[in-house]
Design a protein around this ligand. Structure first.
Ligand SMILES: [Zn+2]
Length: 273
């Protein structure tokens, strides 16, 4: 009897809690245990924490800020006409450049909060490269990859909680969700998430009028940079050997979109020391 309860209770709770989704481009199914509202709230909170950090300098230099804002505007507009149109329109997008020439990083949080560090400019090289990075990042947010990582973490924790205690679901569930979401946003993306962000990001950048072929060159530059001190970007966006091969496999589809799209003007990014 005890055994039955131990098995049935978590199962029922999980069925009650589980939200499932699937990616509209790849049809990959997703376990989603937290709501979009919770996810966006946590994204906003993390973003405010980063920008309020006295050690973080938000750039006001137009040579650094303008190209990033230009690219972001076109990528967001492409996203708003994509299969993610509804979510992309609901996001309260915000883009900031962080003046930190040593940090090679960029990210987009749930809810559309984006940060690009000046340290990644040499790898991005020009606005096509920046579009490849931002297309990739924006897809992590739009495809709810953070929520998915959080859900996996949450399911594991909740399983332990369920088997070891009698508990108040509302309280335990929500505090675990908050903890897990914080962790989920900071964990490295899995290979399936990276691949999805590469593929859909490539299409978005092409739709936004940026040459998708730069994505291959970008990842080559990233690989080159990782031979010294690995860029921080690679700690949350692990590279894999098939990435460039996959990009080349998807290139005809992306180039066909690029051919039809109104072209963006593309300038080199400012040099950093
Ligand atoms: Zn990634």
């Amino acid at each position: 009897m005890n055994h039955l309860i131990r098995t049935l209770v978590p199962l029922t709770l999980l069925i009650y809690l589980v939200g499932c989704g699937s990616n509209p481009y790849t049809n990959r199914s997703q376990l989603l245990l937290i709501s979009e509202g919770q996810e966006v709230q946590m994204g906003n909170k993390l973003y405010a924490q980063v920008l309020d950090d006295p050690d973080v300098a938000v750039s006001t230099n137009s040579a650094e800020v303008d190209p990033v804002k230009r690219v972001a505007k076109r990528i967001i507009s492409a996203a708003q006409q994509s299969k993610y149109a509804e979510r992309a329109k609901s996001f309260n997008w915000e883009v900031n450049v962080i003046k930190d020439d040593k940090t090679k990083n960029a990210w987009a949080l749930p809810g559309g909060k984006i940060a690009v560090y000046t340290g990644i400019f040499p790898e991005a090289k020009n606005e096509n490269g920046l579009a490849a990075i931002m297309g990739h990042e924006v897809v992590h947010a739009l495809a709810r990859h953070g929520a998915e990582r959080t859900s996996q973490h949450l399911a594991a924790n909740l399983g332990m909680q369920i088997t070891s205690h009698a508990f108040n679901l509302g309280r335990v569930g929500s505090s675990l969700a908050m903890q897990a979401l914080g962790v989920g946003v900071l964990l490295p993306f899995s290979r399936s998430h990276e691949s999805e962000a590469d593929y859909i990001g490539l299409l978005l950048a092409a739709e936004a009028g940026y040459d998708p072929q730069e994505a291959v060159l970008l990842w080559q530059r990233m690989a080159e940079a990782s031979k010294g001190a690995p860029p921080e970007f690679l700690s949350t966006h692990p590279s894999h050997t098939t990435r460039i091969q996959d990009l080349q496999k998807w290139m005809p589809e992306a180039l066909a979109i690029y051919k039809q799209a109104p072209k963006a003007s593309v300038s080199p990014l400012p040099a950093i020391e």
